[in-house]
Structure formats: structure tokens, C-alpha cells
Design a binder for this molecule. Structure first.
Ligand SMILES: CC(C)(COP(=O)(O)OP(=O)(O)OC[C@H]1O[C@@H](n2cnc3c(N)ncnc32)[C@H](O)[C@@H]1OP(=O)(O)O)[C@@H](O)C(=O)NCCC(=O)NCCS
Length: 144
């Protein structure tokens, strides 16, 4: 299993994984559009069975990056894969000049909240009706 940058040939696998693991539905075009502005912010983890995890992030200002999507296949969770993706993303962010990483997470996503807390992210805001189904999000951030 290894971590590498996204390439265009990964798009269908990444999209399929996003549909299986995330409750929001995204336009497939979003992946390539976001990645073209900052390719180092789009990371995948590949095993012999194919793409098993990914993180799509974006620069939102000169000193701020944002995690837009993060997903690990159900059969590989609690094995450090999400941590590996976030660590590399924070490294790439820092290299790019980022000093703060932000993200949004569903208020009821206890697994993700524990995960981000362990990585040093703290809640800074609640965004009402953030998701398509009306659920609120916590905005979280971590200084690098
Ligand atoms: C959240 C997610 C990315 C975590 O990925 P992961 O590879 O399982 O995470 P790791 O193995 O690196 O976990 C690191 C730590 O986070 C915490 N954590 C992760 N999953 C957890 C869970 N289900 N319950 C409680 N704590 C959890 C633990 O402290 C864990 O350390 P430990 O295993 O030594 O106890 C993964 O569960 C996932 O893809 N979920 C579905 C999609 C999603 O919710 N994405 C985030 C949207 S904002």
C-alpha cells in the first residue's frame, strides 16, 4: 500500500470510493477542477486492489488550506491510512506556505470528529444547514 499524488486515470476509482463512503454527492468535474489549481493537494492511497483512500484539498488563501474530502475504504479503517493522508497533506500545505488547515465535518460524524481531534484539530464554528440534507457542520482548524 502506498501514498502518491492523484493522476487523471484515478478519477473513476476515486469517484466510486467517494460515492461509497461519503454522504454528499459531488460532480465528478469538481475533482479535476480543484486538482488542477493545486495538484499536490490531491492524494491517493493505492493497494494491489486499487485506490483505497484519498484526500482532496485546496488552497483557500496564501496561508490557508482546506480539506474538501477525505475517505478511507471501510475495510482499511483504523490502520493509520487516514492519518498518513492528513500528515502528508499538512506537509504539502506547509511547503506551500499554509499556516492553518481548515475543514468541515458533520456534527454527527463521531468517527471523523475523534480522528480530527486526535490530529490536533479544534472546533471553531458551527455552520448551520451546511450539508444537502440540512445537517450542520462543525468547522475545525489546526495551526501548522
Ligand atoms: C474518518 C476516517 C477518514 C478515518 O480514517 P482511518 O484511516 O480509519 O483513521 P486512522 O486509522 O488514521 O485513525 C487515527 C485515529 O483517529 C481516531 N479514530 C479513527 N476512526 C475512529 C472511530 N471510528 N471511532 C473513534 N475514533 C476513531 C482514533 O483515535 C484513531 O487512532 P487509534 O486507531 O490508534 O485509536 C475514516 O473513518 C473514513 O473514511 N470515514 C468515512 C468518510 C468520512 O467520514 N470522512 C471524513 C469526512 S469530514
Amino acid at each position: 500500500m502506498y501514498l502518491r499524488g492523484f493522476s487523471g486515470a484515478d478519477l473513476s476509482s476515486v469517484y466510486e470510493l467517494a460515492c461509497q463512503t461519503l454522504s454528499e454527492r459531488y460532480d465528478p468535474g469538481l475533482f479535476t477542477t480543484v486538482s488542477s489549481s493545486w495538484p499536490e493537494g490531491f492524494l491517493v492511497v493505492e493497494s494491489q486492489q486499487g485506490i483505497k483512500a484519498f484526500l482532496l484539498g485546496a488552497m483557500t488563501s496564501q496561508i490557508q488550506s482546506r480539506v474538501l474530502m477525505l475517505a478511507v475504504s471501510g475495510d482499511l479503517r483504523r490502520r493509520g491510512v487516514g492519518t498518513m493522508l492528513m500528515s502528508r497533506f499538512m506537509e504539502e500545505s506547509y511547503k506551500k506556505g499554509t499556516r492553518v488547515v481548515t475543514l468541515e465535518v458533520r456534527k454527527n460524524n463521531d468517527a471523523a470528529l475523534s480522528f480530527y481531534n486526535k490530529l490536533g484539530f479544534r472546533r471553531v464554528d458551527v455552520i448551520k444547514n451546511y450539508y444537502n440534507d440540512g445537517e450542520d457542520a462543525y468547522q475545525m482548524q489546526r495551526w501548522l
